[in-house]
Design a binder for this molecule. Structure first.
Ligand SMILES: [Zn+2]
Length: 298
């Protein structure tokens, strides 16, 4: 199998997988339970999710390590388990990709949940750097093919994550932000535009930029366009969610169907996306439909 960086550099269209968190909830993860701890408490479930996405046609598996920094694990009393949980997360995805010989493992790195001093919070950029360093070193040690820093809203935090990844590992670094549509166009919760996010992420060393989560796949077409215009030489990853979550009784539902999301894949590719997958609410059926749509053309 060709290296991940090589595949992306030659302009191949790759399909990433879909949701981990909402899929784990569907498989019994309780509200308030630590999702990453399932890598050791329910390894067969996490592995089964990877298997389902491979069967759906994913070229990239994202590990169950989104909240794998000490800051995120601390409220569960698991701050001392950063290395163990991140190693386990990569091992599970690796075992599936190795057996099938066809998927890359992108290790998920989500926000710490803390806000840096310069943005009104109580941690220093160095604190954030150290937390990301501890996580990314374990993810590389586990054998990940790439790091996927995602769901970022703060530029300070994203740049510290990228810096920690570039300084301490040799892995290709993906960095995606989450944008919301507002009166002034697309911005992250902290007010960052797609153009600025892409420009600063690339300047900090990100190899691939883009967006994840958000509010459905249609917004992503314009977000990809703006990202591409800002950084025409950097590959773009788009992992859309299946629309905004809607509360129906006790259940959270995502309304975008596999068919609907698949119908927008070609527009996303035309807007510059090279890696396409799903975020919250997407399932192996969404990924299968999207992979089929992409592969029919590319
Ligand atoms: Zn999401």
């Amino acid at each position: 199998m060709k290296g991940f960086k090589e595949r992306v550099a030659q302009g191949d269209i790759l399909i990433s997988d879909g949701a981990m968190g909402t899929y784990l909830q569907a498989k019994g993860l309780k509200p308030g339970e630590c999702m990453e701890s399932w890598c050791v408490s329910h390894p067969e479930v996490v592995k089964g999710i990877h298997e389902d996405y491979i069967a759906g046609g994913a070229d990239i598996l994202e590990t169950n390590s989104f909240g794998g920094t000490s800051y995120k694990l601390e409220p569960y009393g698991l701050a001392h388990k950063v290395r163990e949980l991140n190693l386990a997360a990569v091992a599970l995805a690796k075992s599936v990709s190795r057996r099938t010989g066809r998927a890359y493992v992108a290790a998920s790195v989500g926000p710490t949940g803390r806000i840096a001093e310069d943005e009104g919070g109580d941690v220093t950029p160095q604190d954030l750097y150290k937390a990301f360093q501890e996580q990314v070193v374990a993810l590389e040690e586990g054998g990940a093919d790439a790091l996927c820093i995602e769901t970022m809203a703060s530029l300070t935090e994203a740049l510290q994550a990228i810096k920690a990844a570039k300084d301490n590992t040799k892995l290709p670094v993906i960095c995606t932000f989450t944008f919301e549509a507002g009166a002034r166009g697309f911005r992250t919760m902290m007010g960052v535009t797609p153009e600025r996010a892409a420009r600063e992420a690339v300047a900090a060393g990100a190899d691939i930029v883009g967006a994840n989560c958000g509010n459905g796949i249609v917004n992503m077409i314009e977000i990809a366009r703006q990202t591409w215009a800002a950084q025409p030489n950097t590959p773009i990853l788009i992992n859309a969610n299946a629309g905004m979550p809607v509360l129906e009784g006790e259940k959270t539902v995502f309304k975008e169907t596999p068919e609907f999301m698949a119908s927008k894949v070609i527009d996303l590719i035309k807007a510059g996306a090279r890696i396409i997958g799903g975020c919250c609410g997407t399932t192996p059926d969404h990924i299968a439909a999207m992979a089929k749509a992409a592969k029919a053309v590319y």
